[in-house]
Design a protein around this ligand. Structure first.
Ligand code: 13P
Length: 229
């Protein structure tokens, strides 16, 4: 079971340090925990991953960070393809696939996000899977360090997670494409994490806003510990 926190553009370096210290007061047991803070809070810590990275070691890419900056902190984990980067920062599938290939070559653990907007969901599961397949273009779904995160765009930050049946059928369909772990993300909270983690083919969760409170996130990990699959 994987429980991951995506801070997005929240928290400072100092707050992240305090967060990690508090987080580590509990025993994770079999739960694998990952934390993705903003760039300014990257630090040498086995829980930390980057929310994004440019596909190059270094160079003339203003505003970006690459392999050299991640190496400084021994970071070997990166989140790619998040819907906020696809939609707000206009990242194309081609560019995301380039990042994927680069960080795959570097042996990184890649948390790779996919998910459909509401108008696609309204058309039904076949449309959803066709859409997700376009987000898998150029992505090696057999990569040993891949973790897929299914995050329906309409469930992110809305307080309304996808329903059990929607998660079940979507994860089932993604499972037919990859054997790697599949996380669900989108309004995962303390009051729904238990139910979500019990759904077949859900191997963990990627948590946004609810992860910002370390006490809540610790409780979420404790709930994940109880689920045996
Ligand atoms: P919320 O948990 O705030 O809906 O965000 C989910 C997400 O985008 C995690 O990457």
């Amino acid at each position: 079971m994987i429980v991951a926190a995506n801070f997005k553009m929240n928290k400072t370096r100092k707050e992240t340090e305090e967060y990690l210290k508090e987080l580590k007061t509990i025993d994770f047991q079999d739960v694998k925990v990952a934390v993705f803070p903003p760039f300014t809070a990257l630090m040498e810590d086995e829980l930390i991953g980057a929310q994004n990275a440019y596909p190059a070691k270094n160079g003339a890419y203003t505003g970006e960070i690459g392999l050299e900056q991640l190496d400084e902190f021994g970071i070997k984990r990166v989140l790619l393809g998040h819907s906020e980067r696809r939609h707000i920062l206009n990242e194309t599938q081609e560019f995301i696939a380039k990042k994927f290939s680069f960080y795959k070559e570097c042996g990184f653990e890649i948390y790779y996000c996919v998910g459909e907007p509401l108008e696609v969901r309204k058309k039904g599961i076949n449309a959803v899977i066709d859409y997700i397949k376009t987000q898998f273009e150029g992505i090696d779904l057999e990569y040993e360090n891949l973790v897929v995160a299914y995050e329906p765009v309409w469930a992110i930050g809305t307080g309304v997670s996808a329903g059990r049946d929607e998660i079940k059928e979507t994860h089932q369909s993604i499972r037919e494409l990859t054997k790697r772990p599949i996380l669900y993300g989108g309004s995962v909270k303390l009051n729904n994490i238990g139910e979500i983690l019990k759904i077949p083919n859900v191997d963990g969760v990627l948590v946004g806003s609810a992860s910002l409170d370390v006490e809540v996130f610790k409780e979420m990990i404790n709930k994940a510990k109880e689920i045996k699959k």
